[in-house]
Design a protein around this ligand. Structure first.
Ligand code: CA
Ligand code: CA
Ligand code: CA
Length: 395
């Protein structure tokens, strides 16, 4: 979040308002003129109260009917706005202007910040990125940020179902109507033999978005899921939750083919099911439970979409993980930009109702499948990059 600063204009010092501006000084609480950068929020909160409120453009288009309003636009320009406070006793109308300027240092289309990283257990955990004994969660978070920011493109695993990451850009991602707004890249690939149905290694991650409505720069606001192609699949389980248990040092070590410890990590879920995440011979040296976590259990929740892996060999030798339509990360190869792109207008609330968001500040991805595919192991979403599609990437 940019700090307030003063800029000289026509010899007058004017406050450059930003999202952090909560306490304007005039009686109404709204200034005559604001100067902000594009893709930055301006929080407006009148000091006067009324029965209802109407924020409008000069053309009379109603922008909001709430008392508080966050002004956010993509393009520089001069915006004439009106606040109408509707009240029998003290009605009020106030015209003011927001002058939106281009940013001084070009925004990056790529990630600039990782807010949190909480993978579920998995065969790549503690390796993507590497965890070194004694390191803290903050050390890991810094490494994840280094992996994903800009075009570093280093894969980060989210582990099994529910494992998640939260990231953001150096500006608010604008929701352009009818367009994809951002893209997330992973390591999905198509297997060569499939012709009729796209499949290979598709490990879909559900995507959630959040708008920093309290303007504190912290992802503590309401989250909304982007309803992907399987959101209304009858086999999708909403509000699914799972708890993984740290490996029991007293467990019986039983091997089975390429699985060298079939009782390695146990889990139980909200459907009354239990299961295990075995350790396999290809990832025998690393712990699958996050090394920086001291808790005995790890719990996650979210929308569980149906299993997508089919064993084509019939004996557990060759699984193909089929791709879903759209709306998931790590679901289609990166070359297919549209199938890795997301429209903020897909956002729904916890009841599945569409939510109109002007933009998003925080994006979360979590593994949306709880599935184990023989020697290929648990299905885990991996990501390596995210990009705002409305910012030029000419750098
Ligand atoms: Ca959009
Ligand atoms: Ca916030
Ligand atoms: Ca993957």
């Amino acid at each position: 979040m940019k700090k307030n600063r003063l800029i000289p204009l026509l010899g007058i010092g004017l406050t450059l308002a930003s999202c952090a501006d909560q306490t304007p000084t005039v009686n109404l609480g709204i200034d005559d003129t604001y100067y902000i950068y594009r893709m930055q929020k301006l929080a407006l909160s009148p000091a006067l109260t009324g029965q209802s409120y109407r924020w409008m453009t000069a053309d009379g288009e109603v922008l909001s009917t709430g008392r508080d309003y966050i002004f956010l636009v993509e393009n520089p320009g001069v915006y004439h706005l009106t606040l109408e406070i509707i009240d029998d006793e003290t009605p009020f109308q106030y015209d003011f202007t927001v002058i939106v300027m281009p940013e001084e240092i070009a925004y990056s289309p790529y990630l600039s910040k990782v807010y949190d990283y909480h993978p579920a257990p998995g065969q790549f955990v503690n390796q993507m990125p590497e965890y070194r004994p004694g390191e803290s969660y903050d050390d890991m978070l810094a490494r994840v940020e280094e992996s994903l920011c800009e075009t570093n493109d280093v894969l980060v695993t989210l582990g099994g179902f529910g494992g998640y990451i939260t990231f953001g850009f150096d500006h608010t991602v604008i929701n352009r109507p009818g367009e994809y707004d951002f893209m997330i890249l992973g390591n999905s690939f198509y297997e060569p033999t499939g012709q009729d149905r796209k499949g290979g290694s598709a490990e879909p991650g559900a995507v959630m978005v959040s708008y920093d409505t309290n303007c504190n720069g912290v992802p503590d606001d309401e989250w909304y899921e982007l309803a992907g192609s399987e959101y209304n699949n009858r086999e999708t389980i909403h509000n699914y939750s799972i708890t993984y248990h740290r490996p029991d040092p007293d467990r019986e070590i039983i091997s089975q083919g390429n699985l060298i410890d079939i009782n390695y990590i146990t889990w139980s879920d909200s459907e009354g099911q239990t299961g295990t995440m075995p350790k396999n011979s290809f990832h025998r040296t690393n712990d699958y439970f996050p090394g920086w976590v001291s808790d005995e259990t790890l719990s996650f929740k979210g929308t569980r979409i149906p299993d997508n892996g089919i064993d084509l060999s019939g004996y557990g030798g060759y699984y193909v993980l089929y791709c879903y339509g759209h709306g998931y990360a790590d679901n289609h190869p990166n070359e297919d930009a549209d199938l890795n792109s997301f429209d903020i207008s897909w956002a729904v609330d916890k009841d599945g109702m569409p939510v109109a968001l002007p933009g998003v500040d925080f994006i979360r991805v979590y593994t949306a499948i709880n599935q184990y595919c023989g020697w290929e192991g648990e299905t885990s979403t991996e990501i390596c990059r995210a990009q705002d599609l409305h910012i030029s990437n000419q750098k």
